[in-house]
Write a protein that binds this ligand. Structure first.
Ligand SMILES: Cc1cc2nc3c(=O)[nH]c(=O)nc-3n(C[C@H](O)[C@H](O)[C@H](O)COP(=O)(O)OP(=O)(O)OC[C@H]3O[C@@H](n4cnc5c(N)ncnc54)[C@H](O)[C@@H]3O)c2cc1C
Length: 498
């Protein structure tokens, strides 16, 4: 046990002891930034034995980032070597691993350390962190970078345990299971289910894509980069900037976020026209076309980007099964209409418990405040970052931050730059604790919930964007608004305590 966080002396600059929980994209970002500043002592806790988070755990066939690769990179670490416009998952994992080496942050990471609790000590004004082996350590500051889509959601399906073949969640892909020439049922029509179906079409003897609700599909061509293009990116980083910051991609993000917050905007009508046209043009059989036509508005659920799903779903060995599942039987999936979809392999592309965030870590803050209680019935955090009653505790990609069809790396970088500014007065010794004011969160939530009800996410579909009270939990304002709000903390929003 180490207790090296010191009780702060007023006015004396200090080296903070900072715990970062999680070594995915967000935790790596914090570690790189903190190491570069060399001001503080940093320990990163990672429960797995490797970095990478999402890109370590998701290894399913077809996994592709649906944000242009050059935009899904840290702004300070462009990568001229991406193989294609949209990067495959394993390449993203390698990108993060290379950066961990390049920035020398591996020594900061304690692997195999699953944090179970964070407890704020009112007297010592520091956090005690405990891992699953009972090891404890004290810190001045906790950065929770524990992920958004991290805890697999396993559906409650009668008979699932009796399935005679192989069954796994898409985020726990079993690479020992043979796929070629077998009968495979993929359950779920989110981005993952669509990507897996596209990848396995033509490989499986019979492939069922089982979906309760079909999805709107936004066509998104994905071109491989040639050696010449990669050489050009290396020679002229301005070409990379043009993709990342140029009008094409940023225009898309701006138009998309504008569409989301105003369901009747010209931008939303344009999205609807594109996805409708995609369906009309791409699916030849009228009966299949109608089966695949969603009965809710585009972008109500996270929009699916795919260049080949409609083509692959029309492959002779592939069947789109739109409807509800009655149960799983040893030999396959029994649908409510009575039909059986016989399968050797069952893939649960059924998403994640998107409301977990830091949990199941037990977090207790000032005066014993309990995070679970604060987040009941649904979690929120100011700008996805800060909470009242939890001083010196900050999140990256916490609840209510923007999650959608754009780069979460950009969002995480903005949140981190904001957090850095909150750490500065602590480091200067101007205060020992920074804590969000309760009224800041109250006012934010009042405005956020009112705005969320007007977004496309609230237009009448079920999706993982909705919290337990049915309110869309994602950032309900424009991208520009998020940029403005995270540019600089407003001191009036916080308590700075000695
Ligand atoms: C299939 C899939 C596709 C995606 N595609 C895109 C995309 O195209 N574009 C996009 O912007 N985003 C996409 N995302 C979202 C993606 O999750 C984020 O872009 C990003 O990877 C999140 O990084 P993170 O560090 O916040 O979380 P994660 O990557 O989830 O990392 C969290 C880390 O924290 C660790 N951790 C959690 N709890 C504990 C604990 N108690 N103790 C110790 N360690 C802990 C985990 O092991 C993990 O390593 C996708 C997500 C999924 C699942």
């Amino acid at each position: 046990m180490s207790t090296s966080a010191q009780t702060p002396a007023p006015g004396v600059p200090r080296r903070l002891r900072i715990a970062v929980i999680g070594a995915g994209m967000a935790g790596i970002l914090a570690a790189i930034r903190l190491k570069a500043s060399a001001e503080h002592e940093v320990v990163v806790f990672e429960k797995a034995d490797r970095i990478g988070g999402t890109w370590r755990e998701n290894t399913y066939p077809g996994l592709t980032c649906d944000v242009p690769a050059h935009a899904y990179t840290y702004s300070f670490a462009p990568n001229p070597d991406w193989s294609s416009y949209l990067a495959p998952g394993p390449e993203i994992q390698r990108y993060f691993e290379a950066l961990v080496r390049r920035y020398g942050i591996a020594p900061l990471i304690r692997f195999g350390c699953a944090i179970e609790s964070c407890r704020f000590d009112d007297e010592g004004r520091r956090w005690t962190i405990t891992d699953s082996a009972g090891r404890q350590d004290d810190f001045d500051v906790v950065i929770a970078a524990t992920g958004v889509l991290h805890h697999p959601n396993t559906p409650v399906l009668p008979g699932l345990d009796d399935f005679a073949g192989e069954c796994f969640h898409s985020a726990r892909w079993d690479h020992g299971v043979a796929l070629d020439g077998r009968r495979i049922a993929v359950i779920g029509s989110g981005s993952t289910g669509v990507q897996i179906t596209s990848a396995l079409a033509g490989r499986a003897a019979r492939l069922y894509h089982i979906q309760r609700t079909p999805q709107w599909i936004m066509p998104m061509p994905n071109q491989p980069y040639t050696d010449a293009q990669r050489a050009a990116f290396r020679a002229d980083p301005g070409l990379i900037d043009e993709i990342r910051y140029g009008d094409h991609y940023t225009g898309l993000v701006r138009r998309f976020t504008r569409a989301i917050i105003d369901a009747d905007s010209p931008e939303m009508l344009e999205i609807e026209a594109i996805v409708r046209d995609n369906l009309e043009r791409s699916v030849r059989d009228p009966a299949l076309r109608e089966a695949l036509r969603p009965n809710y508005r585009a972008a109500c659920k996270r929009l699916i980007y795919s260049s080949d799903y409609y083509e692959k779903i029309q492959h002779p060995d592939v069947e789109a099964v739109v409807g509800r599942i009655e149960c799983i039987e040893p030999e396959g999936v029994r649908m409510k209409d009575g039909s059986l979809k016989p399968a050797d392999v069952l893939v649960l592309a059924t998403g994640f418990q998107a409301d977990r965030f830091v949990r199941p870590i037990k977090v207790s803050g000032r005066d014993g405040a309990d995070l679970d209680a604060q987040w009941s019935p649904s979690p929120s955090a100011y700008l996805g970052i800060a909470l009242p009653d939890f001083p010196n505790f900050f999140m990256i990609n916490g609840p209510t931050g923007p999650v959608g069809n754009f780069s979460l790396i950009d969002i995480a970088e903005r949140q981190w730059a904001y957090i850095e500014q909150l750490l500065a007065p602590l480091a200067r010794g101007e205060c020992a604790l920074v804590e969000l004011r309760a009224e800041t969160l109250r006012d934010y939530d009042r405005r956020r919930i009112a705005a969320a009800r007007r977004t496309i996410f609230a237009s009448g579909c079920a999706s993982w964007y909705l919290d337990a009270t049915g309110v869309p939990a994602s950032w309900p304002w424009s991208y520009e608004e998020f940029v403005d709000c995270t540019a600089q903390p407003n001191p009036a929003d916080y308590l700075f305590m000695a």
